[in-house]
Write a protein that binds this ligand. Structure first.
Ligand SMILES: [Zn+2]
Length: 298
């Protein structure tokens, strides 16, 4: 299986299978005069490990299974994540807390993290924070931009002089923003979308599907379509609440995944995602709790 790479100055995009469609993803290799980093080593990095140059550090945009699936290939170099996501890489229990799955779904997920995504805990992983810069030598630098919402510690990376903004799981896909984990936050995600909208770059790269976009116009078009999914979910929820409904009914109805999608963790993800929409519609007076546990459009 031959995977295509794409070089943009000192950055090489290591595309995963099928353009990095989940559970695969697109990783970045960033080469300076003194150091080489790998960003979000995906499952697609595993078969070509032997062909990679020496890697001095691993950076993860956030602690999710598909982004750390190749970390174990680099056991002897430091692993860096935002400080807010650090507990996830330090232990399996910490990793599980990010997702918040319980019962059978949780037990299945533990197995998947270890067997399918090769999770290896790393108690000495090194934190970074918003504004931190990795200087790789020869003027090559990577700057950390904290963009929470997808997880608490989700970050984008700006790489110069290549002019690449790597957006991680602000992935600009037609699925839309994902904020369905215990450590996700819808309104943080919305603030992060507004924040990255203002960042000028020549290239915009994401972990899944989209790969690399050239130029700001292409980026803004995709970003606005991606962000609009949030509003559509909320409008569909409002329409559904023409009749009084419980959160159980909302979670079963499916607003995030399509009803036919066989997603084992759909229920908790729907519940957490749509509970956040429900809470803010109540706050804004657009939905009322008409009897305990039942909600209707005002
Ligand atoms: Zn993610």
């Amino acid at each position: 299986m031959q995977l295509e790479d794409r070089a943009i100055g000192e950055v090489t995009v290591l595309f995963g299978e099928r353009g990095g469609k989940y559970p695969q993803g697109n990783s970045l290799l960033v080469r300076g005069a003194e150091e080489t980093l790998i960003v979000d080593p995906s499952l697609g990095v595993i078969p070509r490990r032997a062909a990679l140059p020496r890697v001095d550090r691993v950076l993860n945009s956030h602690c999710h299974e598909d982004h750390v699936a190749g970390n174990h290939l680099f056991p002897d170099v430091p692993w860096h994540l935002h400080e807010a996501d650090l507990p996830g890489i330090r232990s399996l229990a910490g990793f599980m807390a990010i997702f918040g799955y319980e019962g059978d779904v949780g037990a299945q997920w533990v197995k998947a993290l270890v067997e399918q995504f090769h999770f290896v805990p790393r108690p000495d992983a090194v934190p970074f924070r918003d504004g931190d810069v990795f200087e790789l030598g020869g003027g090559v630098r990577l700057e950390v931009i904290h963009t929470p919402g997808h997880t608490r510690g989700h970050c984008a990376f700006r790489i110069e002089p290549a002019g690449v903004l790597y957006l991680g799981d602000i992935d600009l896909s037609s699925f839309g923003p994902y904020y369905g984990d215990a450590w996700s936050d819808l309104e943080d995600f919305e603030r992060s979308l507004a924040q990255v909208r203002e960042i000028e770059a020549r290239w915009y790269a994401t972990f899944h599907h989209i790969g690399v976009l050239e130029g700001r116009a292409a980026f803004l078009e995709r970003l606005d379509r991606f962000a609009a999914v949030i509003g559509r979910r909320e409008e569909r929820l409002l329409a559904y609440l023409e009749e009084p409904r419980s959160l159980d009914e909302v979670a079963a109805h499916r607003f995030v995944y399509r009803p036919e999608d066989p997603v084992p963790f759909a229920e908790p993800v729907e519940r957490r995602s749509m509970a956040q929409h429900l809470a803010r519609l109540v706050r804004r007076g657009r939905v009322r709790e008409v009897e305990p546990g039942r909600f209707a459009a005002a």
